[in-house]
Design a binder for this molecule. Structure first.
Ligand SMILES: Nc1ncnc2c1ncn2[C@@H]1O[C@H](COP(=O)(O)OP(=O)(O)OP(=O)(O)O)[C@@H](O)[C@H]1O
Ligand SMILES: [Mg+2]
Length: 260
């Protein structure tokens, strides 16, 4: 950039890690899932993406990570910029290599592999040396001590909470700068959910990892996020500081289908 010259687009891009600009996402060329969503995320921010069932949270995350293509969904309008660069034409694995990873809803782990083997699969993009790989895995164990205790257990035999930790831990192995997390609390007991969110908050504070969190559990995610967007039938209906949104009495009835 030329010093002293104001350049609004570049300026915005340099301040945010993620810019989603008016995206429209269509499944199978026919079903409009996201009509018009814009959002930004600063480096090191935790941002919650809220909304009732079918509001478009998961589809928005898939458009950002590039995994939409695997579901025959297309971003038919708008832009997604990561570090100021348009990534829509880039496949998901290369977006991950740049530091943008997606932990899908539903705790996807390889059930017949051990916890440690699952973690090792997270590093395939970088092809590190054996020594570097073990050091990365140990780093994940430091964040998630429960995973260390279960390192030799088949992932399919661990608890739901441990599988969620494993899915997140595997995504962290490549040291991403932005993690898209889809419904990390789904179907888990409150205590384990609180433990997972505490780890997310610490990762954010100590490592500077940014998180975009799709959650139906608004109270939980607003208590850990800096800012939030509320989606309603594929559009942003509300946005603001997490604290301000948490204080709104109409949030649940009007926007979240009475959940919480
Ligand atoms: N694979 C798919 N094929 C066709 N339509 C889909 C597909 N996945 C989602 N949709 C539709 O897209 C819209 C948005 O769904 P999406 O899963 O993004 O919502 P969500 O906010 O994540 O909901 P939930 O809280 O239930 O997870 C819905 O109308 C849904 O039926
Ligand atoms: Mg979803």
């Amino acid at each position: 950039m030329t010093p002293g010259v104001t350049h609004p687009t570049a300026e915005t891009a340099s301040q945010s890690i993620l810019d989603v600009e008016s995206i429209e996402v269509v499944y199978g060329g026919a079903i409009l899932a996201v009509a018009d969503v814009s959002l930004t995320l600063g480096p090191g921010e935790i941002v919650a993406l809220l909304g009732a069932n079918g509001a478009g949270k998961s589809t928005t995350l898939k458009a950002i990570s590039g995994l939409a293509a695997a579901d025959r969904a297309t971003v038919s309008r708008g832009a997604v910029r990561f570090d100021g660069q348009d990534v829509l034409a880039i496949p998901a694995n290369l977006r991950a290599k740049r530091g943008l990873v997606h932990v899908l809803e539903g705790r996807h782990v390889f059930p017949h592999l051990t916890v440690e083997e699952n973690l090792l699969t997270g590093a395939f993009l970088q092809k590190p040396s054996r020594k570097a790989l073990l050091s990365k895995v140990n780093d994940i164990y430091a964040w998630f001590p429960r995973l260390k205790d279960k390192r030799q257990t088949q992932a399919g035999l661990t608890s739901g909470g441990e599988q969620q930790m494993l899915a997140i831990g595997r995504a962290l192995l490549t040291e991403p700068r932005l993690v898209l997390l889809d419904e990390p609390s789904m179907g888990l007991a409150p205590l384990i959910v609180e433990e997972i969110f505490e780890i997310i908050t610490r990762l954010n504070r100590e490592r500077g990892t940014a998180f975009l969190l799709a959650e139906q559990n608004a109270a939980l995610s607003l208590s850990h996020a800096h800012r939030a967007y509320v989606l309603e039938t594929g559009r942003v209906a509300l946005e603001g500081a997490a604290q301000d949104l948490a204080a709104r009495s109409d949030l649940h009835h009007i926007y979240l289908g009475g959940i919480d």
